[in-house]
Ligand binder design. Structure first.
Ligand SMILES: Cc1cc2nc3c(=O)[nH]c(=O)nc-3n(C[C@H](O)[C@H](O)[C@H](O)COP(=O)(O)OP(=O)(O)OC[C@H]3O[C@@H](n4cnc5c(N)ncnc54)[C@H](O)[C@@H]3O)c2cc1C
Length: 385
């Protein structure tokens, strides 16, 4: 039976980052994922699954040696972020220069980050196993993964197999969660003229609507609304959807062509306990968050950085439960804070009561002029606090 120090289950962005990091610590690492990301084609249109990566995530990807691979494919820096309430002129604006940077982060397709990390995993000698339907068991001394007639052993198993994590289920780790009873429609568009590198979000009582600028003349519109509304928009033909978009996104400037669109459910989840025995969770397998401020994978990458830092220079042959306790203590608190902040935003902006409206209008004006406090909040969101 093959013996590994670490087996990572799930080779998405979070799992592949963990596999790279542990391989860089000279551990013997295997990564299990039944699906291999499709190769990059420089002439392809943008994928619908993309994320806003914070400066903290960029730093981690650079440390892991994946950044040069991303740069060889494609990425879009953005320099500003604006948010306001529909029908109001006061805006909350963030600019990269406020935090002494030349960008606030990057819009990058998830698959490109994943591909870069997989390339780095191969360079580092991580064993890639395309297994599905494996079984996980554990004893006090090791964990075993069995697939068909094969089994591998690990001193530590990391579950990074996404929101519906099988590792979580097979380990019996419970979650609390709820459906926001909203969905979001992601719509890729090609503009006649490239948009400014500023991402914006306009809040409506039915949910926010946002623009994410992409490379060349491309951009992604995100439309949050009641599930029934989003599903009906999803079913429209391009011309009819475009008419709806033109009415719903008054801040959108210039002519554009619709390319693709897809809708996503919005579910908050948080695991009660991040580890059990020799199994630990990271990324979406441990927590999912409302995506309105683009923090999901960024907090997943904070899990990665914390796990790697805590285990650095610790032999896995020594007991490590105290390290897992430390990891859980640090990440659970931070992730809960971010989830709750997103909910506060989401609920605060969708509440129709006139008093709440007045408070949030005042809140935007105060926040815009909050000086050091505004910069601190921005640094936290960017992962550079
Ligand atoms: C509409 C939307 C917009 C978003 N925008 C942003 C954003 O702007 N910024 C941001 O930070 N986050 C954003 N997110 C969140 C972000 O996409 C997720 O947090 C991130 O993809 C989670 O990465 P992960 O690696 O933990 O999980 P996943 O990306 O789900 O990867 C899980 C991996 O595990 C594999 N897997 C699944 N089951 C098994 C199994 N049984 N065995 C082995 N492998 C398995 C899968 O094939 C996959 O490769 C958004 C989410 C949504 C829905």
């Amino acid at each position: 039976m093959q013996q590994y120090d670490i087996v990572v289950v799930g080779g998405g962005m979070v799992g592949a980052a963990i596999a790279c990091g542990f391989a860089m610590q000279q551990r013997k690492v295997a990564m299990i994922d039944p699906s291999t990301p499709a190769a990059f084609d420089p002439h392809s249109r943008p994928d619908l699954r993309l994320s806003a990566f914070s400066l903290g995530s960029e730093r981690l990807l650079r440390e892991l040696g994946a950044w040069p691979f991303i740069e060889k494919m494609r990425l879009t820096p953005y320099i500003g972020l604006q948010t306001w309430e529909a029908g109001q002129t006061d805006k909350l604006k963030f600019d990269c220069h406020e935090v002494g940077q030349d960008h606030l982060g990057y819009m990058i397709e998830n698959r490109i980050v994943q591909l870069a990390l997989w390339q780095r995993c191969r360079e580092l000698g991580v064993t890639l196993l395309p297994w599905n339907d494996w079984q996980l068991t554990q004893t006090p001394t090791h964990a075993t993964l069995t697939y068909q007639q094969q089994s591998i052993r690990a001193l530590l198993v990391v579950g990074a197999d996404g929101a519906k994590s099988t590792v979580r289920q097979q380990t019996g780790l419970g979650i609390t969660g709820w459906d926001y009873r909203q969905r979001c429609l992601s719509i890729n568009v090609k503009f006649a003229k490239a948009p400014e590198r500023i991402t914006w979000q306009e809040f409506y009582p039915s949910g926010p609507r946002a623009l994410l600028p992409l490379y060349d003349d491309y951009g992604t519109l995100i439309w949050y609304d009641q599930s029934a509304r989003i599903k009906s928009l999803q079913g429209l033909k391009a011309d009819a959807l475009k008419t709806q978009i033109q009415a719903a996104f008054p801040a959108l400037e210039g002519e554009f062509e619709l390319l693709d669109w897809a809708n996503f459910a919005l579910v908050r989840r948080h695991v009660h306990q991040y580890f059990k025995g020799r199994v630990v969770l990271a990324g979406d397998s441990a927590h999912t968050i409302h995506p309105l401020a683009g923090q999901g994978v960024n907090i997943g990458f904070k899990d990665v950085a914390t796990l790697l830092r805590i285990f650095k220079e610790h032999s896995l042959n020594e007991p490590f439960e105290t390290l897992l306790v430390k990891y859980q203590r640090q990440r659970k608190c931070d992730n809960l804070l971010m989830q709750s902040a997103m909910d506060l935003f989401y609920k605060g902006f969708s509440h129709p009561h006139s008093l709440v409206k007045t408070i949030r209008r005042a809140g935007i004006i105060v926040a815009e002029h909050a000086g050091v406090a505004k910069t601190k909040a921005l640094r936290y969101a960017l992962g550079i606090n």
